[in-house]
Design a binder for this molecule. Sequence first.
Ligand SMILES: Nc1nc2c(ncn2[C@@H]2O[C@H](COP(=O)(O)OP(=O)(O)OP(=O)(O)O)[C@@H](O)[C@H]2O)c(=O)[nH]1
Ligand SMILES: [Mg+2]
Length: 387
Amino acid sequence: METNAALMTGKGAAAISCITIVGPKAKEVISKITKPASNVASRLQKESLILTEIMDSERIVDQVLVACEGDDKFTINAHGNPILVESIMELLKSNGVKLISGKEMLMLEALQKNPDNLIAAEASVEHIYSKTIAGSKLIFNQKTHGLSKLANLWLKEISPTKIQTSCAEVLENTKVAELIISGAKVMIAGAPNSGKSTLLNQICGKQKAIVADIAGTTRDWVGATIIAGSLEIEFFDTAGLDEELATKTKLDKVSQEVTLDLFKQANLLLYLIDAQNPEKIDFELLHKYIPKNTTVISVLNKIDKRNIDTQILEKFNIDISISAENGENIDGLISLIERKLSTTNLNSTEAIFFTERHKKIAREILDCEQDIDKIKSLVNKLINPKG
Ligand SMILES: Nc1nc2c(ncn2[C@@H]2O[C@H](COP(=O)(O)OP(=O)(O)OP(=O)(O)O)[C@@H](O)[C@H]2O)c(=O)[nH]1
Ligand SMILES: [Mg+2]
């Protein structure tokens, strides 16, 4: 069995950094690199915490606190200068310890605690990487409910079609779950001067983007992130779409290209229409640049400037009317975004695939025709650490 070490705190400067060392040689190596060696070895008993110095030959590298968490598990709490941390890691490596990532270390520990359920082990690790509490909860629930429970049912199922149908449903849930876990990207698009930068500033409550009554003010995109309910939404204010502008100067051409490139990442697109000068959305053109099935919300802006009648709403297929300048109906717009992304429909105990490994196995299950043995062996691979 190997002895592994990993930096468990974030990279970069901090007050302290924690390095965990696990394995049969852990105690021996720590004794070797601390001062005085014999003294440290005898004091490193379970649940003890000792103040000592890490030595590289005769040179003191750092004064540290070593915590003994088990017979072969120790954590060095060092000062958080990345150069010191690097030196300690190098010292461990030169003493035969294998350096692994913090995530790999967490996975080894999780597998020890969940030797029969790989999904539960993965959930214990992955939930900490979610961008929202709701996403973290969703992943954590896969340990005992969600995917763990469902995969165990699949193991008992005899109909390949039933497993495949259920698997396809989980893949659908996964699309929504990913928005909750990793956040959604919402593009603010529309003609020059329609109020895109004003809307971004209103949403994030700060003067992030430059606003001016001159068409083509925004050339590079500006982003702002907000938490709305269970969702982290990153809004992108983009350059106004204008085919004429694209031919004006090299800078305008590049800014139009950057905007269209950014659209490829959209989970949802807000298309702003200026109530003072409304123009129909060219959906055909728009769908050339945004991923298939991307929801478009048409937003009528500047309603403070004009009386809005139903005729105009129908004529321009308006989903919602706002005033970006005075903040009217911005809350309504945020709720509409949440509803359109359907994140409010996903129950937190619903089964989801939350790693690339799961999604790959799911696709293989769906490609399996009706071969129940092959499907069962894939389900076994999904849940069994030795599968
Ligand atoms: N009355 C009123 N004016 C608005 C509203 N939203 C934006 N404006 C004004 O419209 C003008 C253009 O606003 P911007 O936010 O810069 O428009 P933009 O879409 O980002 O423009 P480009 O960056 O050039 O594409 C500014 O003078 C804003 O103050 C609104 O809701 N009501
Ligand atoms: Mg702008």
